[in-house]
Design a protein around this ligand. Structure first.
Ligand SMILES: [Zn+2]
Length: 432
């Protein structure tokens, strides 16, 4: 039989298992739902893609006169950096909660005694965050400094309590008054406070979701009032920044540098051409029949964008320039059976290849805006395209803050050598 005290746990579990929702317009009743399974796909790294998506679209709109008055790209960058942190925090918090709840056998009576000697209020108010991180980490690695004192269940409850306190401290830090009220009203309850831990968790998740929603629609609609306000509200995520490394360490996974997941788009004749980096997307198109997670991501992005959207997959004439006079294309590379996909994974060159297949009017010119600093190979192509006589296509790098990824000199030498070899052994069948 369902016990009364299980209800908050059931509610929390439901929240944890429900899809994430992403928004493009503030007033949209419903956002686009994304299953947890897709978010957790490590190969795909959905969070990086979606962060890049919102950032690129906001920078694009700002650069292409969407507003009468443009706003400082710096603000967009700041908000989207915080958005990235918020999303990672939410992911981390949910993963930890799921882990705790899966292992749970919290029994009402088992834990009553436990809280009789833990003063949670004192715990929450007096301990430095560093101490809480330390304690949490110890509980995770099961280096059982608590072994002698606590049962398995008690440790799980303590873990949940510390996790919640860490998040409360981060999210409420800049509003000390709220902090006090919050702690006093919610945590320092006279009866058994442990059972409120689940309500607190549900509250933390709602808070993260609300901030997430506001940021997404602010970025997507380039709502300057909102963006400025979010900038201020986001002061609390400065706190998250301060402790971001600590939180990352708590994951205890080998820290791998995020894969480069980049999103890019260009508009021509009211069609949005978009792409994600990578070469394994031959069979992907908007609302295509492919059953991969990549296909799902493409459909989600198309839905967020709305209107006419075309996904640009790798095409045979995607090019690798060795110098302005010498290039090989993707079909030569495929024929060669070489194995250096990095030569062709970039979004920019996939979009450029697509643009060259479209008809341009006499006076028509389009701009391809690049929001991340292009790699050396793309820069060669961009130079070539921009300097070509009578070029219809102009490529502008906006806000070149970050390197897309670091190709070493050695990598470039290796790729150039490979390209030269392919050029010699697998010449193009027809020169245009
Ligand atoms: Zn590139």
């Amino acid at each position: 039989m369902e016990r009364k005290e299980d209800k908050p746990i059931i509610k929390l579990k439901e929240k944890l298992d429900s899809p994430w929702i992403f928004y493009s317009h503030e007033n949209a009743e419903e956002g686009v739902k994304v299953d947890k399974e897709l978010i957790l796909d490590k190969e795909l790294d959905f969070i990086s893609i979606i962060v890049d998506f919102y950032t690129s679209e906001a920078l694009h709109k700002n650069a292409s006169g969407y507003l009468n008055e443009s706003i400082d790209n710096e603000i967009i960058r700041e908000v989207s950096d915080n958005y990235a942190k918020l999303s990672s925090l939410k992911l981390f918090y949910q993963n930890e909660l799921s882990d705790i709840l899966e292992n749970r056998e919290f029994l009402y009576n088992d834990v009553l005694d436990f809280w009789q000697f833990v003063d949670l209020f004192h715990f929450a108010k007096e301990f430095e965050l560093e101490v809480l991180f330390y304690g949490y980490r110890k509980l995770k690695v099961r280096e059982d400094i608590y072994e002698r004192y606590l049962s398995q269940n008690e440790k799980l409850i303590l873990k949940l309590a510390i996790l919640n306190i860490i998040f409360l401290r981060i999210l409420y830090r800049n509003t000390d008054r709220i902090n006090d009220i919050f702690f006093e009203e919610i945590i320092n309850l006279e009866d058994y406070p442990w059972k409120y831990l689940f309500e607190i968790s549900t509250g933390i998740l709602s808070k993260l979701d609300n901030d997430k929603r506001r940021t997404e629609s602010g970025l997507f609609c380039l709502n300057t009032v909102d963006l400025n306000r979010i900038g201020t509200v986001f002061a609390k995520y400065d706190m998250a920044s301060l402790y971001f490394d600590e939180i990352t360490k708590l994951k205890l996974e080998k820290f791998e540098k995020n894969k480069i997941n980049c999103y890019a788009s260009v508009r021509k004749n009211n069609i949005i051409y978009m792409t994600l980096n990578g070469v394994k997307d031959d069979s992907i198109k908007v609302n295509g029949v492919d059953r991969s997670n990549l296909q799902k991501v493409v459909d989600i992005l198309a839905q967020l964008l709305g209107g006419d959207v075309e996904y640009v997959s790798i095409s045979p004439d995607t090019r690798y320039y060795i110098n302005p006079d010498l290039y090989i294309n993707y079909s030569q590379y495929k024929n060669s059976n070489e194995n250096l996909n990095r030569m062709f994974t970039c979004c920019e060159r996939k979009l450029i290849a697509k643009m060259y297949t479209l008809k341009f009017g006499d006076d028509e010119k389009i701009e391809l805006l690049v929001t991340k600093y292009p790699c050396k190979i793309c820069l060669r192509t961009i130079d070539y395209v921009n300097n070509k006589e009578g070029a219809k296509l102009k490529i502008e790098i906006i806000d070149p803050l970050e390197m897309e990824f670091k190709l070493s000199e050695q990598d470039i030498i290796e790729m150039d050598k490979c390209a030269e070899k392919i050029d010699k052994n697998h010449p193009r069948e027809q020169e245009e």
